[in-house]
Design a protein around this ligand. Structure first.
Ligand code: HH2
Length: 263
């Protein structure tokens, strides 16, 4: 899943794709590099970020979704990264085919019903707190057990709203209200999230917990570190990886997949 942030302030690529034509070109490049899915967002969720109105999110994402839909086959999934059902509905009407909700349907009570009504896959991510304050004091007794418990409950809520089980993807929410040790514990226990019985998505791309381990390099230099997490994700049963750097992660995933199937 290739990331296309249509935001001025995303933590590693903010402001790069303000012009819709430029955004479309970048999306096409990422598809050529081996992406299977595009994920478009009009609101940064980096630590400390403030929420963006639905109107502004729509202004940022809808023109790009429409243009992309004219240029890519219907079979290529396009996901809308938002916690607003209004934005998700408008994006689906414009040509998006998945919902990626970092609040797992908790910010907007209409979201799960929308996914059910439209019959689209929905990503349900774990998050402690809200982006503006979530990194101030993340706290868990047992991070893996709590994340598993929360994701299982959100999956049940989605099923109760009428979403089909094979259209639910669970995501541990790396960096969302988590210290480095919490992120590492979750990466070491991805098989427990897979064991919940739904598809699993992982979003580690360029994230801060890897910077400290890798000598404080800039986020854009964390492609190899991200590939390492993709590799261990594949070996643990994760099937979707949300990344900025497609070519390297595609290689990492393909090699890990080949090894997993040889074992
Ligand atoms: N991470 C980010 C945004 N959306 N969605 C899912 N399902 N999982 C994630 O881990 C995830 C996500 C944050 O990364 P990015 O889009 O690069 O940054 P920003 O929020 O600053 O736009």
């Amino acid at each position: 899943m290739a990331i296309l942030n249509l935001t001025p302030d995303s933590f590693s690529d903010g402001g790069q794709y303000r012009d819709p034509e430029q955004a479309v070109r970048h999306a096409l490049t990422m598809l050529a590099e081996g992406a299977d899915i595009l994920d478009l967002g009009g609101e940064s969720t980096r630590p400390g970020s403030k929420s963006v109105t639905p109107q502004e999110q729509e202004r940022r994402v809808l023109p790009v979704i429409r243009r992309l839909r004219e240029q890519i086959p219907e079979s290529v999934p396009m996901s809308i990264d938002t916690t607003s059902a209004r934005v998700a509905r408008a994006a689906l009407d414009a040509g998006a085919t998945w919902i990626n909700d970092t609040s797992a349907g908790l910010d907007d009570p209409q979201m799960l019903a929308l996914a059910a009504e439209r019959g689209v896959p929905i990503v349900l991510m774990h998050r402690q707190g809200i982006p503006e304050t979530m990194q101030q004091a993340p706290s868990y007794k047992d991070v893996v057990a709590e994340v598993c418990h929360h994701l299982a409950a959100r999956a049940q809520a989605a099923l109760a709203a009428g979403v089909e089980a094979d259209r639910i993807l669970l995501d541990p929410g790396i960096g969302f209200g988590k210290l480095a040790a919490h992120n590492l514990a979750l990466l070491a226990a991805l098989d427990r999230i897979v064991a919940l019985g739904f598809q699993v998505l992982l979003g580690t791309s360029r994230k801060g917990f890897m910077r400290a381990i890798c000598g404080g390099v800039e986020p854009t230099q964390l492609m190899p570190a991200t590939c390492a997490t993709t590799t261990l994700g594949v070996m643990s049963g994760v099937r979707v990886f949300r990344v900025h750097d497609v070519a390297g992660n595609r290689q990492a995933a393909d090699i890990a997949w080949a090894v997993r199937n040889a074992g």
